[in-house]
Design a protein around this ligand. Structure first.
Ligand code: PHE
Length: 344
């Protein structure tokens, strides 16, 4: 009898201790190679089997196999334990605390002008007016002549104009030229449209005047459209826009393309009509210009003024926004200062 059995026992004890001490799979692999590999300690001991007397070989061989199987089982168990520990560590490290409050996402908002513009369009839409889109770049003919404002007529002083390099082409000074375009497109059908859009005026930029601003034009044409319709429709709009308790009034005015012409005032929403700086102590705020479409303008649109009549109006969303929110400087609208825009 040699000392092979004893060597096997020592090897097994050593290998089991080494396995227990491994911290990761790489260390485990080193231990496996050292004890169970082809050039490892167990293989070295087994090589000695050949020198044993034949009678002893089966018993020692059996013992060697048992040690090998035990070590392989211990190796597999240790690998599993290491993997489970690695998984648990990863889960702990990557844990998400779902109870933490989320990071705030800064949200954009609609520009105050867009908000008011949409509200205006919605109200007119509810009253059966379609949106008609006209162009920003207009001809002098559409912007002035066909609206009963001949060249050199003093009425042109009302609109300081941006002319382009091209003769007779300008940036529209109001949305009214869209009236002619809508009439020429729909004639001879009845019309009920609003025309929202940007207008441009060659002005000194001050707290009260900008070189660009929105207007919402309105136009109704039919066989029996009267001044009563104009007043009733605009009063209805004002009540929806500013509240049903708000009083309105019409003042006679003048526009070359309407006859008669008027301006509509709404009771000041800041002082409830008592008088304040915004309404200049009058208790009233001017909201829009309006009137019955001038026969000449109807004719220019293709409608026979003996058969058809119509009303038109034009209002400025920025002006309405300024009045509603007591904004004192129109320049805030296009300077894109977030401190201003975030308030709406
Ligand atoms: N176009 C006019 C302006 O810019 C407003 C208006 C429109 C008046 C329609 C009457 C009818 O001041």
């Amino acid at each position: 009898m040699t000392d092979i059995p004893q060597a096997l026992t020592v090897l097994q004890a050593e290998a089991l201790t080494a396995l227990e001490a491994t911290a990761d799979e790489a260390a485990l692999e080193q231990v496996r190679v050292r004890y169970l590999g082809r050039k490892g300690s167990l293989a070295a001991i087994l090589r000695g089997l050949a020198d044993l007397p034949p009678a002893e070989r089966p018993a020692v061989g059996k013992l060697a196999n048992e040690v090998k199987e035990r070590l392989e089982a211990a190796l597999a168990a240790r690998r599993e334990a290491l993997q489970a520990a690695a998984r648990a560590a990863a889960l702990a490290a990557e844990r998400v605390d779902v109870t933490l409050p989320g990071r705030p996402v800064p949200m954009g908002r609609l520009h105050p002008s867009t908000q008011v513009l949409r509200r205006i369009c919605q109200i007119w839409g509810d009253m059966g007016f379609q949106i008609y889109r006209s162009r920003d770049i207009e001809t002098e003919e559409m912007n002035f002549e066909l609206l009963n404002i001949p060249a050199h007529h003093p009425a042109r002083d009302m609109w300081d104009t941006f002319y382009t390099m091209v003769d007779g082409i300008l940036l529209r000074t109001h949305t009214s030229p869209g009236q002619i375009r809508a009439m020429r497109e729909f004639c001879p059908q009845p019309i009920r449209v609003i025309l929202p859009g940007m207008c441009y005026r060659y002005e000194q930029i001050t707290a009260r005047s900008e070189i660009q601003f929105h207007q919402v034009e309105g136009l109704a044409v039919g066989r029996h459209v009267s001044m009563t319709d104009l007043k009733g429709t605009l009063i209805s709009f004002a009540h929806r826009m500013f509240g049903a308790v708000r009083r309105v009034r019409f003042r006679a005015s003048h526009f070359p393309f309407t006859e008669p012409s008027a301006e509509m005032d709404v009771e000041c929403m800041l002082c409830e009509g008592a008088g304040c700086v915004v309404c200049k102590q009058t208790g009233w705020l001017e909201i829009l210009g309006c009137g019955m479409v001038h026969p000449e303008v109807l004719r220019n649109g293709g409608y026979d003024p003996a058969v058809y009549s119509g009303f038109a109006f034009g209002m400025g969303p920025e002006r309405i926004t300024m009045l509603k929110h007591r904004i004192e400087d129109i320049r805030y609208f296009w300077t894109n200062d977030l401190r201003f825009l975030e308030q709406f």
